[in-house]
Design a protein around this ligand. Structure first.
Ligand SMILES: NC(=O)c1ccc[n+]([C@@H]2O[C@H](COP(=O)([O-])OP(=O)(O)OC[C@H]3O[C@@H](n4cnc5c(N)ncnc54)[C@H](O)[C@@H]3O)[C@@H](O)[C@H]2O)c1
Ligand SMILES: [Zn+2]
Ligand SMILES: [Zn+2]
Length: 362
């Protein structure tokens, strides 16, 4: 099958023919229908997350089940599914405590010594990103990375729910349980930020302030629920937020993953407010913030991983939200492209020229 392979960091992905194994116990083979491109794919390619090459990237997929392995009872061929990186085991401390997205074994892969799921010609192992690797015509996943969805949900929109939408909406609904009326700032209006923004709108937030350094995103942000927009490339965005909110917002969602925007997000947070870090700052970087500012104003900072999801519960709900008009996905898609154009799409993402781009397979 054809796949887009990261051969080395900071180089274009290579389109290669690679082999995919048959499903083993508890595994499901999918035909990939569509895959969104998330900034975390780019962060991996730039060496900002500990994922070594060679590896097939892509982790925001929707697909159709082709075959199932021994013991799989939740899926049958023909089922439409979404894949998610937070596979869960069901028995570890975090799973049993109701936080399966923190499962200790989510990236465990096949048992030690087993044949790899993906291989290159000659049989050498090919890395699989987060049990998924959706920049490929087929995917071989643990069943606990997948959720079955309604057949009337278009798969080129369903895929967005696999990462960006679940991450953004979940940050608002699950991680901080956003209260109605709260003032909210969304820092970064990519796929993740626009989804957090929609979570705020769905919860009935008060002011919803969108911040980005590409002003073309503001029409889109307003359509999706922003009440105010701040161009970070034109003046000080922190001062602008303080002016709009009378001293800082109740909740600030950082959805970019840069050191200065994390610092700005904390500074935009008002007394007693909460900064929610959703963007992934490259692992090599450290952010300096004032501890006194946190203490004297009793500010909270929390990370938010994959929207604190229980995806088999959350994702079908988000699909209902889309199909009944409460969640807007069509507007978030800047372009649909074939796998061959993945490197151009990554370039557009680097330059801030796209909201979400979706690879659609034949
Ligand atoms: N926490 C999680 O579980 C999780 C899951 C998925 C993605 N992420 C992370 O979320 C972040 C956003 O992902 P995405 O796919 O939406 O990215 P994206 O590239 O689509 O969006 C980033 C947005 O930030 C804007 N931007 C960039 N620099 C800016 C600046 N200095 N000031 C203001 N705006 C700026 C860009 O114009 C763009 O609109 C990434 O760091 C990604 O790795 C985290
Ligand atoms: Zn992602
Ligand atoms: Zn677990």
């Amino acid at each position: 099958m054809k796949a887009a392979v990261m051969r080395e960091y900071n180089a274009p992905l290579e389109l290669e023919e690679i082999a995919i194994d048959d499903p083993g116990p508890g595994e499901v083979l999918l035909k990939t229908a569509a895959s969104g491109i998330c900034h975390s794919d780019l962060t991996v390619l730039e060496g900002g997350l500990p994922v070594p090459p060679p590896c097939v990237l892509g982790h925001e997929p929707a697909g159709v089940v082709e075959a199932v392995g021994e013991g799989v009872t939740d899926f049958t061929p023909g089922d439409h599914v979404i894949g998610c990186i937070t596979a869960w085991c069901g028995v570890c401390k975090f799973c049993t405590a109701g936080r399966p997205y923190l499962c200790l074994t989510q990236f465990a892969g096949r048992p030690e010594g087993a044949k790899p799921r993906l291989t290159v010609a000659g049989g050498d192992p090919m890395g699989q990103f987060a049990n998924l690797s959706s920049f490929a015509e087929k995917m071989l996943c643990p069943e606990r990375s997948l959720v079955k969805i309604r057949d009337d949900m278009p798969l080129d929109r369903a895929c967005l729910i696999g990462c960006g939408v679940t991450t953004g909406i979940g940050a608002a609904l699950n991680t901080v349980n956003l209260p109605a009326g709260a003032s909210v700032v969304i820092v970064g209006c990519g796929g993740v930020g626009l989804s957090a923004l929609q979570g705020a709108r769905i919860r009935g937030a008060g002011k919803i302030i969108a911040v980005d350094n590409h002003a073309w995103k503001f029409d889109l942000a307003r359509k999706l629920g922003a009440t105010d927009c701040i161009d970070a490339s034109d003046g000080d965005p922190v001062a602008a937020v303080h002016e709009l909110t009378g001293g800082g917002a109740d909740f600030v969602f950082e959805c970019i993953g840069l050191v200065p925007t994390v610092q700005q997000s904390v500074a935009m947070t008002g007394r007693g407010g909460t900064t929610v870090l959703v963007g992934v700052v490259p692992v090599q970087k450290v952010v300096e913030i004032s501890a006194a500012d946190l203490v004297l104003q009793e500010k909270n900072i929390t990370g938010s991983y994959m929207g604190s999801n229980r995806f088999r519960f959350d994702m079908p709900k988000y699909i209902d939200f889309y199909l009944d008009g409460r969640l807007r996905l069509d507007e978030m898609i800047s372009s649909r492209i074939p796998l061959e154009e993945v490197n151009d799409a990554l370039d557009r993402m680097r330059k801030g020229e796209a909201a979400r781009q979706v690879i659609v397979f034949e």
